[in-house]
Design a protein around this ligand. Structure first.
Ligand SMILES: Cc1ncc(C[n+]2csc(CCOP(=O)(O)OP(=O)(O)O)c2C)c(N)n1
Ligand SMILES: [Mg+2]
Length: 587
């Protein structure tokens, strides 16, 4: 009778789930799985750090909507992956982390690479299990996928002790599960749906705030249709960007466009807010909320626990966002809704002002490159359907504001963990998922150091991404914050100085280019994109320009008192930001 080992079982189950790529860093505890990957032709993308492998599985899910898979060895492999898993956990991203483990038979005998992995991973995963019987590996992996994608998505951890993984058992004893999760999305109750539509008919100034729940329900088309049927403006958070094209007249960028401060003297802010698959957090709950205190709030979420967190809501609907939108479109399609003309006009004016607030900085002038000019040059050079990844403090915010996302899953940036260093790994996952698309990554010079060796992963795995390093020679957001609090020249631990990242990247197998003039940005980027090789363009920018979000953060008292109190405005990034954009030299 034929015998198979745990590696073979694992890979067959992955294949059944449609997985064709694994992000990993080698460890002998995993060799049974690599052998099976080779036999089945799964693509093994080998990284230089397990944190990057975990970020790649996360990035894979953010750009495809399906869980990514990372595989790391026992002990330090698992502990290195922790940040990547935590990042996915905080943003409800489905991913599977497979971890090697010391032999079950040697527990408490001080074997190599043994640490309480379950104790470490449990608080940052949706579900975590250690497999104790070889023939149950398919069953546990199937369950891992079910937990990762059903309800509110999230990361899961599956631990495979080496003696369990390498053991061989009769093939006939192994069951490969089928049909192990619901194919019917949960829908809204009829009364609640009718109530939501009634309120929408009554509203003068409605707004939909869409989040990752829309993207993971693959409901971009339904969202756009519902907005059109009901003449309702839509704002998105980072995970949902492009779910309605940012070129669509009903898309108004980030959540900040409904901030009450902007509408204070113009007839009131939003009077009905529909939260679609977005948690009530930093920008939507509490004292800095963009949602007017007197607005009616309808919250649609697949996760009942999220309904009403952080803010009172008038109507909570537990539903898959796609199913809610499909039923809402069906109910709304033969009805007439107010055109909301005055409200849409007002939002358009805000959108227009936001789009043009950096125009002064786009002109040629003496001195170093203004970061707004840099991202403008980049945005006009990239293909409209490029995938853009933004990493770094102020760097990510500049890029976020300059880019127009036209498709879902094609703009990736930080989430609730605020985790620097995701850029290169996310971009590599995007390239692996979409080999025929331009994949561009911008990263702050500080953040670049965190996963810099992934340029080597790009080169050796043939993943040609174009990377710009915004080199302001400092941990910019941190340093500016310190200077706002303490005064110029009083910073600590935030200076970096000039580093030739382009040369370091060359050493890792990428091509490198140093850029010090604005006019050289577009040609350098074009060459990089056309080269078919990974590229690192190191752009030296003006270190004294403070990104509006940094000013807003410090003036809002989130991080201490500001030196001056700037006026609030709305950014397209979902945050309260400021109209300031000049070359502000601190005194
Ligand atoms: C992993 C991690 N370490 C530290 C921080 C704190 N932090 C937030 S912004 C920032 C500065 C980022 O500098 P850089 O990447 O150069 O981007 P810049 O702000 O200069 O554009 C730091 C250190 C963080 N959010 N994540
Ligand atoms: Mg910097």
């Amino acid at each position: 009778m034929a015998k198979i080992d745990g590696g073979e079982m694992l890979v067959r189950t992955l294949e059944q789930e449609g997985v064709r790529e694994i992000f990993t860093l080698h460890g002998g505890h995993l060799d049974a799985i690599y052998a099976a990957c080779g036999a089945h032709g799964l693509r093994v993308i080998d990284t230089r750090h397990e944190q990057a492998a975990a970020h790649m599985a996360d990035g894979w899910a953010r750009t495809t909507g399906r869980p990514g898979v990372a595989m790391v060895t026992a002990g330090p492999g698992v502990t290195d992956a922790v940040t990547g898993v935590a990042n996915a956990f905080m943003d409800s991203i489905p991913m599977i982390l497979i971890g090697g483990r010391s032999p079950l038979a040697d527990d408490d005998k001080l074997p190599l690479q043994a640490v309480d992995q379950m104790g470490i991973l449990r608080p940052i995963t949706k579900w975590a299990r250690s497999v104790t019987h070889t023939e149950r590996i398919p069953e546990y992996l199937a369950a891992a996928f079910r937990h990762a994608v059903s309800g509110r998505p999230g990361p899961v951890f599956l631990e495979l002790p080496i003696d369990v993984l390498f053991a061989r058992v009769d093939e006939e004893r192994v069951e490969f599960p089928k049909d192990y999760r619901s194919k019917e999305p949960a829908g809204p109750g009829r009364a609640a749906l009718a109530q939501a539509l009634n309120w929408l008919r009554e509203a003068k100034r409605p707004a939909i705030l869409a989040g990752g729940g829309v993207w993971f329900a693959q409901a971009a088309t339904e969202l756009t249709r519902f907005a059109e049927l009901t003449n309702t403006p839509v704002m998105t958070n980072a995970k949902a960007r492009g779910s309605i094209s940012e070129e669509h007249p009903l898309c108004f960028g980030g959540f900040g466009a409904i901030h009450p401060a902007i509408h204070a003297n113009s007839g009131g802010g939003a009077d009905l807010v529909i939260l679609l698959g977005t948690r009530i957090g930093l920008f939507t709950g509490g004292r800095n909320s963009v949602i007017p205190g007197d607005a009616r709030v309808i919250q649609v979420d697949i996760e009942p626990e999220e309904i009403g967190r952080n803010r009172k809501i008038e109507l909570g609907i537990v539903s898959d966002c796609g199913e809610f939108l499909r039923q809402a479109c069906e109910a709304a399609k033969n009805e007439r809704f107010d055109p909301h003309a005055e409200w849409l006009e007002r939002l358009s004016a805000i959108r227009n002002a936001t789009r043009h607030r950096f125009d002064d900085a786009l002109k040629d002038g003496p001195g170093p490159i203004h970061p707004a000019r840099m991202v403008h040059e980049i945005a006009k050079t990239l293909s409209p359907d490029a995938i853009v990844v933004a990493d770094g403090g102020e760097t990510a915010a500049w890029m976020s504001n300059a880019w127009t996302a036209r498709h879902p899953g094609r703009f990736l940036t930080h989430g609730y963990l605020g985790c620097l260093g995701t850029g290169l790994p996310f971009a590599l996952a995007c390239k692996a998922a979409h080999p025929d698309k331009q994949v561009f990554c911008i990263v702050g010079d500080g953040s670049a150091g965190l996963n810099f060796s992934e340029f080597h992963t790009a080169a050796k795995n043939n993943l040609p991404i174009a990377v710009v390093i915004n080199n302001d020679q400092q941990w910019g957001m941190s340093k500016h914050g310190q200077e706002l609090m303490w005064g110029k020249g009083r910073s600590m631990a935030t200076e970096l100085g000039m580093v030739h990242y382009e040369r370091a990247a060359e050493g890792l197998g990428a091509q490198g280019k140093l850029v010090e003039r604005a006019a050289d940005i577009a040609p350098a980027l074009k060459r990089a994109l056309a080269s078919g090789r990974p590229a690192c363009i190191n752009i030296v920018t003006d270190r004294d320009v403070i990104e509006p979000g940094t000013l807003a953060m410090y003036s809002a008292g989130l991080a201490g008192p500001a030196k001056e109190k700037p006026k609030a405005d709305a950014g397209s990034d979902g945050e309260t930001t400021l109209p300031y954009y000049g070359r502000r030299k601190l005194d």
